[in-house]
Design a protein around this ligand. Structure first.
Ligand code: NAD
Length: 376
């Protein structure tokens, strides 16, 4: 018996989800065996799979059954694959949709912070749309606030308001409110400083303090919290400049911390630096159980073919080890195994190119096996 046990709620979801989840579990089992930890995984339904199962049972169709939420809340961590697919694109009002499962579980777990690491693998430089010399040393972490700002402010729309429209009184008026409380900023910024202190000791707080009051408060909070972390070299950057710097000189960044909308946009921009969707993991942390998932979707076009890239799922496991279980040594081993897999030329079809020998193009399960083989 292992000396420690962690309960993982596993949510394979739809499309390639079950295929890549199998590799995530394979890696977890191998890590557990090496570090004397049992990761007890229990599958639950989410997304289209949950809609189908609840429909088949004659229940109200739902993308997040109550049992799933309860299991997730009770677990030590949640590992999700992806949801969605053409089978569930019913746009009728009130119809259950797979993506509702994602929103509901994020809310149910009280997740308020999203992490998106972007690491450049030398072996995959050709896949990036940027010039190889710009990608030197790229290894950054975007920390995005997840529950405040524009997306959760008031959204209003009125017709015929005085003075609206071109030169007159007719036309619509729309308004979205950007709203932040100090504590929402504090908890995210403090987390980001702690992460920077554990990484390369640099933090860039991104705002639009020359225009927005929420940003001016954000900046004040960031400066105040920064005083608690004298070893972290902190700077502020306006979001327009940050979006430029991310493509002009991405190697300058270590941890970037920012509010919800800016983080949404910057993390997608940053994800393109690597050029390969199959490599990007993410984590969402909050007051309860944390959730780890690949950044890509359910890839219905390749589902069932055994060719999906499992590395984003495997790198989600790396984040879980690091941030839920403080198993940094195991996380580093896993990161090194992925690195070695790529350095030795092993590819799934999405990251292969003309120079990849045919016998180095692996299916999903064989890629997972390679990572396990290189664990040590
Ligand atoms: P997608 O990320 O699923 O796929 C985009 C392209 O990338 C496809 O060509 C796909 O084959 C490829 N791809 C993605 N992941 C891959 C992997 N691991 N290995 C190899 N190739 C991979 O995005 P999409 O096609 O826009 O969406 C498909 C479905 O996924 C939709 O129903 C969408 O709503 C859903 N979706 C879910 C999530 C999530 O669960 N978090 C995120 C995005 C999209």
């Amino acid at each position: 018996m292992a000396s420690k046990m962690y309960a993982i709620c596993t949510l394979p979801g739809d499309g390639i989800g079950p295929e890549i989840m199998a590799e995530g579990k394979k890696v977890l089992a191998a890590i557990g065996a090496r570090h004397d930890v049992e990761f007890r995984c229990q599958d639950q339904l989410i997304g289209g799979a949950a809609i189908d199962a609840t429909t088949a049972r004659g229940q109200k169709p739902t993308a997040l059954p109550e049992a799933t939420l309860q299991a997730a809340q009770a677990a030590d961590a949640v590992l999700l694959s992806a949801v969605g697919g053409p089978k569930w694109t019913n746009t009728e009002a009130g119809a259950a949709r797979p993506e509702q499962g994602l929103l509901a579980i994020r809310k149910g777990l009280g997740l308020y912070l999203n992490l998106r690491p972007v690491r450049m693998y030398d072996a995959l430089r050709a896949a990036s749309p940027l010039k190889p010399e710009l990608l030197e040393g790229v290894d950054l972490l975007i920390v995005r606030e997840l529950t405040g700002g524009l997306y959760f402010g008031k959204h209003e729309r009125e017709w015929g308001v005085e003075g609206a429209g071109v030169g007159g009184t007719r036309g619509e008026h729309a308004c979205d409110t950007m709203d932040y409380s100090e504590y929402e900023v504090e908890r995210v910024v403090r987390w980001a400083f702690e992460a920077a202190a554990r990484r390369r000791g640099r933090l860039c707080s991104v705002d639009k303090a020359n225009v927005l009051e929420t940003s001016r408060m954000w900046r004040e909070v960031a400066h105040r919290i920064g005083e608690e972390f004298p070893t972290v070299e902190a700077c502020d950057m306006y979001v327009d400049n940050a979006s430029m710097q991310l493509v002009a000189n991405p190697g300058q960044f270590d941890v970037i911390v920012t509010e919800n909308t800016f983080g949404d946009i910057l993390s997608d921009e940053a994800s393109m630096l690597t050029g390969s969707l199959g490599m990007l993991a993410s984590a969402s942390l909050g007051s309860g159980t944390a959730l780890y998932e690949p950044s890509h979707g359910s890839a219905p076009d390749i589902a069932g073919k055994g060719i999906a890239n499992p590395l984003a799922q495997i790198l989600s496991v790396e984040l879980m080890l690091r941030y839920s279980f403080q198993m940094d040594e195991a996380a580093n081993e896993l990161a090194a195994a992925v690195q070695r897999t790529l350095d030795e030329g092993w590819r799934t079809v999405d990251i292969a190119d003309d120079s990849t020998p045919a016998d180095h193009v692996l299916g999903t399960a064989a890629m997972g096996d390679k990572v396990v083989e290189f664990l040590g």
